[in-house]
Design a protein around this ligand. Structure first.
Ligand code: NAD
Length: 413
């Protein structure tokens, strides 16, 4: 077994494996079990040649990692990002195994990605890239094998191409991918599910802490699918969204941003930057704002040893996967900051993906109220288990969450 070195501060795989090893220590797992639970089941790297609109040929690199299939088919999103590499995809696949186990839905973990900046591609190029990727990995996918979903820079349109390409090879198979448009077998409520889940879990913690939601000051890093829906739900519940950002920069208003107007601005300009209802703020400064709730909703490893001492939020609700490095986590705990761990907080997305998959297999359709209510039930059950275990064993929510999840997968294995 590999020695467990202190993690470099920006390696997502070290972050997830450190969390795993700490849970394995608490559970007294032996080295063989640790090996089985850390090594990915299967990983592929593919080269995807794409004829660009201008006639030139470009070759992109894509990955799919199936970390575990012991509790059910592997499940996990597909990310399009220039810095995506095998290490990142492995880390995110492993996080999916612990997340699906924690909320106790019948899946293992997977993740996929292509190293590409989709903003540089036309829609037609993006479609050719997605179809080429699926043609290379479709034999490894399927409703009972591995089911992709959206992640950073992918959406219902990309899921539609995946559905169509997979079905061209295997026959009509809506359950092969989730996050599809409702018109093509997607689930009501899926698009908003991850942001809604962040809201439900945070609301539960605030209640336990006796903290008011009305008037709570919220900062959100990342205004994509997750961040924008989360901001909307918090604002609707009476919280004050004081800052949001995206890859281009951020906006701040101590009086509270008008989220509806901000969504409109982001739709028109493809960024929140320049929103007239606030002043400019950098991503780094947003993370260190004096606020009640900080929601990282962009990329991994953004709260690190460099800024953990300067974070002034009372609660961090991890929307993004693996946003906090292990060393930063210790600093936050020592400073008494409440951290709602990613594998709990952002599990609303995969939970509603589970509902989508189940609806597709049965060819029945739930209404949105049912989807939201069932998702809330699953997330609040997991929240209660985590909160109770943390209190009983005097450990952090993250430690409790990983202990519950790792225990479930180890028993299954
Ligand atoms: P998205 O592509 O819709 O949005 C990502 C947002 O992050 C965009 O606003 C983008 O501009 C911003 N961003 C990217 N790089 C940034 C940087 N360096 N600094 C600041 N902002 C940056 O993606 P999403 O689906 O909302 O996913 C966001 C996070 O949530 C990811 O960590 C993802 O893994 C996680 N997540 C997503 C889902 C889901 O269902 N979509 C589910 C669980 C977890």
């Amino acid at each position: 077994m590999e020695p467990i070195a202190r993690p470099p501060d920006d390696d997502p795989r070290e972050v997830v494996n450190t969390n795993f090893q700490r849970a394995a220590d608490r559970l007294g797992l032996d080295n063989e079990m640790r090996l089985l639970l850390t090594m990915p089941f299967r990983e592929v790297r593919v080269e995807i040649p794409v004829r660009m609109d201008g006639g030139a040929l470009r070759v992109f690199v894509g990955y799919r990692v199936q970390h575990s299939g012991v509790r059910g088919p592997s499940k996990g999103g597909i990310r399009y990002h220039p810095s995506t590499d095998l290490n990142e995809v492995r880390a995110l696949a492993s996080a999916m195994t612990w997340k699906t186990a924690l909320v106790n839905i019948p899946f293992g973990g997977a993740k996929g990605g292509i190293a590409v900046d989709p903003a540089e591609l036309t829609l037609a190029e993006l479609q050719r890239l997605t179809r080429g990727y699926i043609r290379r990995i479709h034999l490894l996918l399927g409703p009972y094998r591995d089911i992709p979903a959206p992640d950073v820079n992918t959406n219902a349109q990309v899921m539609t191409w995946i559905f169509d390409e997979y079905s061209a090879q295997h026959g009509y198979t809506p359950a092969c991918v989730t996050g599809k448009p409702v018109e093509l077998g997607g689930s009501e409520g899926r698009e908003a599910a991850t942001g809604r889940g962040v809201f439900y879990v945070t609301q539960a913690l605030l209640k336990d802490l006796g903290m008011a939601l009305t008037g709570a000051r919220v900062a959100v890093q990342g205004f994509g699918n997750l961040g924008s829906f989360a901001a909307r739900f918090f604002a609707e519940a009476g919280a004050k969204i004081i800052a949001v950002s995206d890859v281009s920069g951020g906006v701040l208003s101590e009086r509270g941003l008008d989220v509806k107007a901000l969504l409109e601005h982001a739709r028109e300009n493809r960024t929140v930057k320049g929103f007239p209802g606030g002043q400019e703020i950098s991503n780094d400064n947003l993370l260190c704002l004096d606020c009640d709730i900080l929601i990282p909703a962009a990329l991994q490893c953004v709260i690190t040893k460099k800024n953990a001492n300067r974070v002034r939020a009372r609660v961090i609700a991890e929307g993004a996967n693996l946003p906090t490095t292990s060393e930063a986590d210790e600093t936050l705990a020592a400073r008494g900051i409440h951290v709602l761990p990613d594998i709990l907080t952002n599990a609303g997305g995969v939970t509603v993906s589970y509902f989508e998959w189940a609806q597709n297999l049965q060819q029945i359709f739930w209404d949105e109220d049912r989807v939201n209510a069932e998702m809330q039930k699953i997330l609040l059950r997991a929240y209660r288990q985590v909160a109770d275990r943390a209190a009983q064993e005097k450990i952090s929510f993250r430690s409790a969450a990983y202990t519950i999840a790792v225990d479930r997968v180890a028993r299954a294995e």
